[in-house]
Design a protein around this ligand. Structure first.
Ligand code: SF4
Length: 185
């Protein structure tokens, strides 16, 4: 059969469309929508990884996270997630996940687990010591500034408004001036 150029192009288009439909059908047969989360309890949350702050839906069964996906009702990501956000379930179930504070003493090669109380006390003592050692009462023109430039803070995208407000009040109260946030870096 002899085909015109126009007929050939039309046939090609029909063939590609049929093939795309076949692929879509077989993909949906292999992955029925919401199969994994059919019987789960759903909780909405925010991705902790970066400053975009995508909304997520976490599916749990008997308290165990079985699925995490983008929240279609969230105004930031509208159901989408990047590759990091999409792999969030692995963060929860990874056997390499650190769930306790770790401490490596000066000169030691190994990290060791410590209790939260011990870690918080150790951090507080170091902050106090560094703050006192680097305290600046007045600047070069003898103006009272009462600050420390020896400590800096980088905030997390996972903090909400109220947590940020409390954190900044505490940092300013300690005299910090180098206060940054992940979203601005
Ligand atoms: S899903 Fe990706 S882009 Fe969205 S907040 Fe998480 S890391 Fe950032």
């Amino acid at each position: 059969m002899k085909l015109s150029r126009r007929q050939l192009l039309l046939l090609g288009g029909v063939a590609s469309t049929a093939s795309a439909c076949d692929s879509a059908l077989s993909a949906s047969a292999m992955h029925p929508p919401h199969r994994k989360i059919r019987w789960t309890e759903e909780t909405s949350t925010i991705c902790p990884y970066c400053a975009v702050g995508c909304g997520m839906i976490v599916g749990t069964t008997d308290g165990v996270v079985v699925n995490i996906e983008g929240d279609p009702d969230h105004p930031v990501n509208q159901g989408t997630l990047c590759s990091k956000g999409s792999s969030m379930t692995q963060l929860i179930h990874s056997d390499r996940r650190i769930t306790k504070p770790m401490y490596r003493p000066p000169g030691a090669a190994e990290w060791r687990e410590v209790e939260w109380e011990w870690a918080l006390d150790a951090i507080a003592l170091r902050i106090k010591k560094t703050r006192d050692a680097g305290w600046i009462e007045t600047d070069a023109e003898n103006r009272v500034v009462r600050r420390t430039e020896a400590i800096a803070s980088v905030g997390s995208a996972a903090l909400d408004n109220e947590e940020c407000s409390l954190l900044v009040k505490a940092l300013r109260g300690m005299g910090l001036v180098y206060i940054e946030h992940q979203a601005r870096i």
